[in-house]
Structures are given as C-alpha cells and as structure tokens.
Write a protein that binds this ligand. Structure first.
Ligand code: BES
Ligand code: MN
Ligand code: ZN
Length: 483
C-alpha cells in the first residue's frame, strides 16, 4: 500500500473512501456541503463509541464515520483498533484509495497508530492461493492518504516503516516450513544488509557452529538435514565500541520436538517457532531504515528440530560455548539450547544490554494466554525500559519472577544443568532460569512470545502470525538511542 500525507481536505484528494474518527463529546471537525456527516451523528446512526461504524455516500465518494470513544482514554492501540474496524469494511466497499481525516490534536503515537492499524489490518498472506475464496472480500486498498491540518509526514513515515517490517515478520512466520528453512532466514538477513549501508551480516553453518564450540546449538541442529544458520546482523551507523543493544531471536523453523516428539496436534503449527528470530531480523531492518543512532548486534539461531538417526537423545550431555554442561532430558526443550549459545555469542561480541525473543514454552499460554507476553529480567532498570516500550507499542508484557529456588529445578545429577524441569511445574520460569546461566552480568531481558506470536486476537492481527515484537524492539532501540 502506498502511503502519502496531505494538509488538503479529503474532498480535495483522489480518495474514493474517506474515514473520519469522532471522539465522545465532539463533532465532525469540518462538515462539508452535501456530506451530512454531522446529520449522521445527530440521527444516532453514527456513534462516538469506540469502533462504531457508519457509512454514507456524498460528493462522489464513501464516508465512514468511526467512533473513537473518549479522548482521554485514546491511545495508539485504540487508533490501531479503530483503523482495523474501518479496514474491515473496505473489502465490501471496493475501496482502492482510502483517506484518513485525522481528528485534531493527536500526538505522534496516535497518528502512527492509525497508520499501523490500517497497514496491519489490510495485510494478507495469500501467496499460496490462486484467489481468495468466494465468501471473502478482502480489502484491496492501493493507496492510503493521511490528511491533517499540519504536516504529519514524519510520524506517518515512521509508522509505515515499522508496520511494513512487522508485516514482513508475519509473512516469515506464516511461510510453510518446507519453504522457510534456516537458510531462507539467512538469505533474508543478507537482503536486509544489502538494502541498508549501516547493516552487515555474517552467517555460520553447521561446521561453523560446531567449530565455535556451540555444543548446545549444534545438538539441536544435528537431527536435521537442513543446514542451520547462526545469523549475526550488525547495525553500525557510526564507529564505536561494542553494541548498545544485543537482540537475540529463537528461529526454530520447524519444531517436531525431536525424539521427545510432539503429539500431532501440537506439532501442526510449529512452523512459527522462528517468530522471535523473524521479529529480530525485521526490527533491525526497521532500525536501519529509520536511521536510529544505535549500535545493535542481532544474533538469530536458525535450525530445525527433527528426530533422526543423528538426532540428539534424551540423556546426552552437551557442552555449551560458555563451557557449561547440559544434560538433555527432553529434546523438545530445544529453544533454550539454541539461545544459550546465541546469548553467549551476543555477549562475547560486546552487547551491553540483551533482549531475547522466543516462542519458548507452551506453559506461557496457560499463564497469560494470547494477550500478553511474559518478561523475565535480571536488572530492574532494563526491565522497566522493556515495560515502557511494551506499554508504548501495545505489545504488552507481564514481568515474572526469577528466584534461585526455581534454579534448583534445573540442576542435573551429572552435569551443570538439565534442559527441562519437571513437567507442569513453572515451565516458563525454569526456561528463563536456564537462559540466565548464559547471560553473565550483562543486563538481560527475556520475552516469551509463545502466546503472542500466533492468533494474537487484536483487531489488526487476530489470526495467524502477528509479527509480535517488531514494534517493541524498535521502540526499545529508540529509547536506548535516547530519542
Ligand atoms: N516451541 C515450543 C514452545 C511452544 C509451545 C511454542 C506452544 C508455541 C506454542 C518449545 O520448543 C517447547 O516445545 N517447549 C516445551 C518445553 C518442555 C519440553 C520443557 C513445552 O513448552 O512443552
Ligand atoms: Mn520444542
Ligand atoms: Zn520450540
């Protein structure tokens, strides 16, 4: 979708459909001759209740009045939801060019919310079918024009970059695992590096991972014929030492569980077990596109987790890059093995703060469902920074505890650690405790996105891959950059 901004009134644009939001206690800002929007409100057909929608035709175009609720309660997330409601009607209206007439006195985040909500809600993953089924009339908007009294091009452009990155992360997670392999992700990282001068990439394959002494990551890769990839993507807008931010992503392109094989129903959606890695890659692309003055190193561990004659076995003991030994008691707890070496790698490369994103545990679905991701952190200030970014972007988190007592649950009788605690006992926390063994004294935050990466249930990303984390990471990078 092409996106432009204008200070002209909607009637002076080429839009075939105009959307106007109205707050409680307020009226349509400019009623236009022959477009009786105010009359629509007065008659009660249009309402100011959040997401209420009314349609009229005038001046040769369609007008959608959408309720925004109370101005005091309004934020970027509500703007996204209101935009998604509008997009939901555009398919049946046959809209090609949409104009948003923004209400007066919005802040930049709210302006961005309308744009993000429009682009995210209009996004479809239909690469694999000839045509949408008869009973679906998806929005086919070609252009979005954002009209406001003053110039909103800066927040609009930022929102477009971030929403497009998020949509690309969704596409990566939605792509079937026979087409999206670890090497496909490596290729995507190379594409990003070719696009942006400040980005550079290095990729290690099976031999490189083993040669680097990453025995935990290597153990996961060994059951699969697909060549794994340890992807290191750097954003270096200026010379400097180390990295302000280290982003780490789990990218298991298919998680069968390995020899501790998953039941068929749980395995069916395991193509999205690379959602954390996809969000990290696309967030770095957005950080580069935005030109944020922040040095970032991203480490994405990409592999399949498969059963085979070469697969890791329950009972195996492996040695991670840090020297820590791990007794594998469940081959389905593979994400933490991948991340152990990726976190250590990011730290060795000089990351001064770490965040990892991973579809790590099913237990988090029991705890928080699809609405929030859980946050673990060993540094209160860093946790607070992640919480602020989460609140600002609507990608909500809830902080969970780390206590030495939970660490007791992952002690091995023969090695330093086991890779899984007792089933049904604080599964997300023991996974985080495991990761903590590999982050040293670098402030670290872990976000378990097993519940939010798929079927998020938001109006603009209800079903399928959500691209969760792209907005959060970009906002966090902006905060780290001091913007
Ligand atoms: N990728 C899964 C976690 C997952 C489950 C993500 C459901 C999304 C939806 C992860 O690798 C896994 O299998 N975790 C196990 C850990 C257990 C064996 C300790 C789990 O959660 O059951
Ligand atoms: Mn698993
Ligand atoms: Zn997994």
């Amino acid at each position: 979708m092409r996106v432009t901004t204008t200070t002209q009134a909607p009637v002076d644009t080429a839009a075939d459909t105009v959307a106007i939001g109205v707050f409680e206690g307020e009226d349509v800002a400019h009623d236009l001759d022959g477009a009786p929007l105010q009359a629509l409100l007065d008659s009660g057909e249009a309402r100011r209740t959040l997401k209420h929608l009314a349609l009229t035709h005038a001046a040769g175009r369609r007008w959608l009045v959408v309720g925004l609720g109370a101005r005091d309660d309004f934020d970027a997330e509500r703007a996204r939801a209101a935009a998604a409601t509008v997009v939901g009607r555009l398919g049946e209206l046959g809209t090609r060019t949409l104009c948003w007439e923004l209400p007066h006195r919005l802040d930049e985040a709210q302006v961005g919310g309308f744009v993000e909500g429009t682009l995210l809600a209009a996004h479809r993953f239909d690469r694999y079918r000839a045509a949408p089924p008869e009973d679906e009339t998806p929005a086919r908007v070609e252009e979005l024009i954002v009209s406001d009294h003053h110039d909103v091009s800066a927040p609009v452009e930022r929102a477009v970059l971030v929403a497009e990155a998020q949509n690309r992360a969704r596409d990566l997670a939605a792509t079937p695992p026979n087409d999206l392999t670890p090497q496909t992700l490596a290729e995507r990282a190379r594409e990003l590096a070719a696009e942006h001068a400040a980005l550079s990439v290095a990729v290690l394959g099976r031999d490189g991972i083993a040669a680097a002494g990453m025995g935990a990551f290597a153990a996961v890769t060994q059951g699969s014929d697909a060549e794994p990839a340890l992807i290191t993507l750097r954003h270096e807008p200026a010379d400097g030492d180390g990295y302000d931010l280290g982003l780490v992503g789990k990218a298991v392109t298919f998680d069968s569980g390995g020899l501790s094989i998953k039941p068929a129903a749980s395995m069916a959606t395991m193509k999205f077990d690379m959602a954390g890695g996809a969000a990290v890659l696309e967030a770095v692309g957005a950080i580069a596109a935005l030109g944020l003055p922040v040095r970032v190193v991203a480490v994405v561990g990409a592999t399949e987790n498969m059963p085979s004659g070469r697969a890791m076995r329950p009972g195996d003991v492996v040695r991670a890059r840090t020297g820590t030994t791990i007794e594998i008691v469940n081959t389905d707890a593979e994400g933490r093995l991948v991340l152990a070496d990726c976190l250590a790698h990011a730290r060795e490369l000089g990351a001064r703060r770490l965040v990892d994103l991973a579809t790590l545990t099913g237990a988090i679905l029991s705890a928080l469902g699809h609405h929030r991701a859980d946050l673990f952190a060993d540094d209160d200030a860093w946790a607070a920074a992640v919480e602020r970014a989460a609140a600002a972007t609507g990608e909500l988190v809830w902080r969970m505890p780390l206590d030495p007592e939970y660490g007791e649950l992952i002690k091995s009788p023969i090695a330093d650690l086991v890779n899984a605690g007792e089933r049904g006992l604080a599964g997300s926390i023991t996974a985080a405790e495991f990761l903590r063994r590999f982050t040293g004294d670098v402030p670290w935050a872990h976000v378990d996105i097993a519940g939010t990466a798929w079927d998020l249930g938001r109006p603009y990303a209800a079903k399928g891959a959500s691209g969760w984390g792209v907005r959060l990471l970009v906002d966090l990078a902006r905060a780290v950059a001091g913007e």
